[in-house]
Design a protein around this ligand. Structure first.
Ligand code: ATP
Length: 260
């Protein structure tokens, strides 16, 4: 297995008779910020679920940090260094913001928690929670129930929970969906900050965000990656323009950033 942070080899997924993911190969080196884009129904979320272990694979192999994780359960994949967020905000609304992050930390520690508890390291846990809250800018809001946060704050909290356990591969599913332009800008900066030195894989519809954040982009169309490359390569790729962005005239392709 290759030493990429994430390695997909011939990944396939059928739902019944229908082939949804049709042989995806992708190598994402450690430290890269990688975006997966594509039209609605292309299979982006399905691919995410295959990587995080939520769905079993019809075929292919997945490597994480050089280890074969193809058949592992989601919690086992998470323990090997992969953490993902969800398209739908996935927090506990009645718990405080602090407790939500703390809970994310505990979950990521799994069995290790029993050991921590035994040796009385609650203080470390609370300190790490405070550090994360500081990093995501929610320290002032830590004592209120998460359900009271604004929508954008809830998405921020979710990013905090996703990175809490220190995973080195972070997967974000449409992190800026439903946000205003200024909230989107803030979230892009937040993602840049919290994924520094980590590997990021994100599905995102906002092309401004994609072209701003991604080192490389893969374009998924009908369950196949039709192109992988640097943002400018994707922008200029004829097959991408035709299959995904539509055969837009020159002046429109300039605004790929606003497509979708
Ligand atoms: N559990 C399922 N059972 C059957 N078909 C499914 C299932 N999940 C997804 N599909 C189908 O697989 C295809 C890909 O869906 P998926 O949600 O992965 O696409 P997507 O690229 O994430 O789309 P969007 O951009 O709209 O979120 C769609 O045709 C969808 O109807």
């Amino acid at each position: 297995m290759s030493a990429s942070a994430l390695s997909l080899q011939g990944i396939r997924k059928d739902f019944g008779e229908t082939q949804i993911i049709r042989g995806v190969d992708l190598e994402i080196p450690a430290g890269e910020r990688h975006a997966i884009i594509g039209p609605n129904g292309a299979g982006k979320s399905t691919l995410f679920h295959l990587i995080s272990g939520k769905y079993s694979k019809t075929g292919g192999r997945i490597g994480l940090n050089g280890e074969d994780v193809t058949t592992l359960e989601p919690y086992a994949i998470a323990r090997k260094g992969l953490s993902r967020s969800f398209q739908i905000t996935n927090i506990f609304p009645r718990m405080t913001v602090f407790e939500n992050v703390r809970c994310g930390l505990l979950w990521s520690m799994g069995l290790k928690y029993a050991f921590w508890k035994l040796v009385g390291r609650q203080k470390d846990l609370n300190e790490r929670t405070s550090e994360i809250l500081e990093m995501i800018g929610l320290t002032d809001r830590q004592a209120i129930p998460a359900g009271v946060l604004t929508y954008a704050e809830q998405r921020t909290l979710e990013i905090g929970i996703t990175i809490a356990g220190g995973a080195n591969v972070i997967m974000l599913d449409e992190p800026t969906a439903g946000m205003s332009a200024s909230e989107t800008d803030q979230t892009v900066e937040l993602i840049r900050r919290v994924t520094e030195g980590k590997t990021l894989v994100m599905v995102e519809h906002d092309m401004g965000v994609v072209f701003d954040l991604a080192d490389r982009i893969s374009v998924l169309v009908y369950g196949e990656i039709i192109a992988t490359g640097k943002p400018e390569e994707i922008r200029n790729n004829k097959a991408v323009q035709e299959a995904y962005l539509g055969e837009a005239p020159e002046e429109e392709t300039e605004t790929v950033g606003g497509a979708h």
